[in-house]
Design a protein around this ligand. Structure first.
Ligand SMILES: Nc1nc2c(ncn2[C@@H]2O[C@H](COP(=O)(O)OP(=O)(O)OP(=O)(O)O)[C@@H](O)[C@H]2O)c(=O)[nH]1
Ligand SMILES: [Mg+2]
Length: 493
């Protein structure tokens, strides 16, 4: 490795954030040969010599030679963090990096943002600052959270705003759980999701939305888990996240680091929600006798069943790709990838937006996925895997559905008093809804009719500096409160 890799600090917020964190750090520990007490375990054989790990990007080495994850975990109530404090990983973390309060945010964004959460912000930032100061140079942050929880939405918004303010030039990535109806736990999740999306749209550089329903189906359908629970879902998420960060932790013939893939994936600052896909999803039984050809793995990423976000067929059908980033790991060579991508382009009829014809960015990392995280781990690594991050206009469907659910409740002003009693006003909801409406509009503008390409470019170009109101106004369209966008529910105000 070149030794110039800079450090990444991860922040896990709320129940989903912390539980995903637990799975991710378990997996990193196995990949790095770092035990649950933070000490190096015996290297796992030839793979370590051929592909040595760079611990320092994600772990801080203490003078005693222990490795501490560069991470801060916070929840406003104690049980989830206590499970880590008293669980098998308790020796891995310093007590100051595990923060918990007494009372959760009760599924209320306002409690996470204005009241309960705000009183923990300083402590969280202080803990992040200690890691930042003990780093040679921070490359960026990865924040894990749910969009639907009160802590995951409210406190995350506060932290994200502060990170942008205090570390302006560092990249800010997010892994976030979208509220999926079958697996979500509260009726007000669409409110929280809308509010956090609004608050973080300009403070986040790239956000990977995963949807529990899609992951549930992968777990039940492809990995034969009878009743998937959060640990099953989180293990799948952790494998995918590990592929995204592998280039920062292990060498590769064609490593693509975080900044590089962002440069290729995010054409305009707000259009930063790549769809994740992964292959293979294989159980021990299924993978025992096969080593899937690269062409099959690559093709699988374009199958909805391998994607971590569920989109309707109609959303896929009407969509275009802006860019795809394929991150391979394990025994993979460039020649096979080129062949696979050519094959996919010819057979799948992928449609890219006219103004971004190049399409694919490829990374190869030498480290294969770990064979299995634990005896209960149903997903086995095999010798190779691929993670696809594709910026596709199909993801706009996520916002359409969220807006619809939000509107149904907001039309009646249902549940709003809970937010008002914690310091919020109706106008905050309207502003958030308007911002996301303009985001949908941004996505629509990415697929211009040929005649309008030139002007559409100019409009999209201005989103970064001027904010969303400016976009709507300058693009010559009425903003959504004036009733030009559908669904026009809030225009009744
Ligand atoms: N993938 C995954 N999703 C989770 C997990 N725990 C909760 N969720 C999802 O997260 C949403 C609820 O948010 P939580 O993270 O539990 O809420 P919180 O951030 O702790 O906020 P409050 O409890 O309201 O203070 C629901 O959509 C859940 O389905 C988890 O471990 N993994
Ligand atoms: Mg909670």
């Amino acid at each position: 490795m070149d030794g110039l890799k800079r450090q990444v600090i991860t922040v896990h917020i709320g129940q989903a954030g912390v539980q995903m964190g637990n799975a991710v750090w378990n997996l990193y520990g196995m990949e790095h040969g770092i035990g649950r007490d933070g000490c190096l375990t015996t290297p796992a054989g030839p793979v370590n010599d051929a592909c040595p790990a760079e611990h320092s990007t994600f772990y801080k080495e203490t003078v005693a030679g222990k490795y501490i994850p560069r991470t801060v975990m916070v929840d406003l109530e104690p049980t989830v963090v206590d499970q880590i404090r008293s669980g098998p990983d308790r020796g891995l973390y310093h007590p100051d990096q595990l923060i918990s309060g007494k009372e959760d945010a009760a599924n209320n964004f306002a409690r996470g943002y204005h009241t309960e959460g705000r009183s923990y912000l300083e402590q969280v930032l202080e803990s992040i600052r200690l890691f930042a100061e003990s780093s040679e140079g921070v490359q960026g942050f990865i924040v894990f959270h749910s969009m639907g929880g009160g802590t995951g939405s409210g406190l995350t918004s506060l932290v994200s705003e502060s990170l942008r303010q205090d570390y302006a030039k560092k990249s800010n990535l997010e892994v976030l759980v979208y509220p999926a109806p079958k697996v979500s736990t509260a009726v007000v999740e669409p409110y929280n999701a809308m509010l956090v999306s609004h608050k973080t749209l300009d403070t986040t550089d790239c956000a990977f939305m995963v949807d529990n329903e899609a992951i549930y189906d992968i777990s039940a359908g492809k990995l034969d888990v009878e009743r998937p629970m959060y640990p099953n879902l989180n293990r799948i998420i952790s494998q995918v996240v590990s592929s995204i960060t592998a280039s920062l932790r292990f060498p590769g013939t064609l490593n693509v680091d975080i900044n590089e893939f962002q440069t290729n994936l995010v054409p305009f600052p707000r259009v930063h929600f790549p769809l994740l896909a992964y292959a293979p999803f294989a159980t021990a039984q299924r993978s025992a006798h096969q080593r899937p050809p690269i062409v099959d793995l690559t093709a699988a990423c374009f199958e909805p069943g391998n994607q971590l976000f569920k989109l309707d067929e109609s959303e896929h059908a009407a969509s275009k790709y802006i860019a795809c980033c394929m991150l391979y790991r394990g025994d993979v060579v460039a020649k096979d990838i080129n062949h696979a991508i050519r094959h996919i382009r010819e057979t799948k009829g992928l449609e890219f937006v006219e103004w971004c014809p190049t399409g694919f960015k490829v990374g190869i990392n030498c480290r294969p996925p770990v064979a299995a995280m634990s005896p209960d781990d149903e997903l086995v690594g095999g010798g190779r895997a691929v993670c696809m991050m594709s910026n596709t206009t199909a993801i706009a469907g996520a916002w359409t559905r969220l807006c619809h659910k939000f509107d149904l409740m907001f039309r009646k002003r249902a549940f709003i008093h809970w937010y008002e009693s914690e310091g919020m006003e109706k106008e905050d909801f309207i502003l958030a809804r308007e911002n996301i409406e303009v985001l949908r509009h941004d996505y629509r503008e990415l697929v211009p009719t040929p005649a309008s390409i030139k002007t559409e470019f100019l409009v999209a170009d201005k989103t970064s500096s001027a904010g969303f109101r400016g976009l709507a106004e300058r693009s010559g369209r009425a903003n959504f409160l004036q009733g030009d966008f559908e669904p026009p529910v809030i225009s009744e105000i």
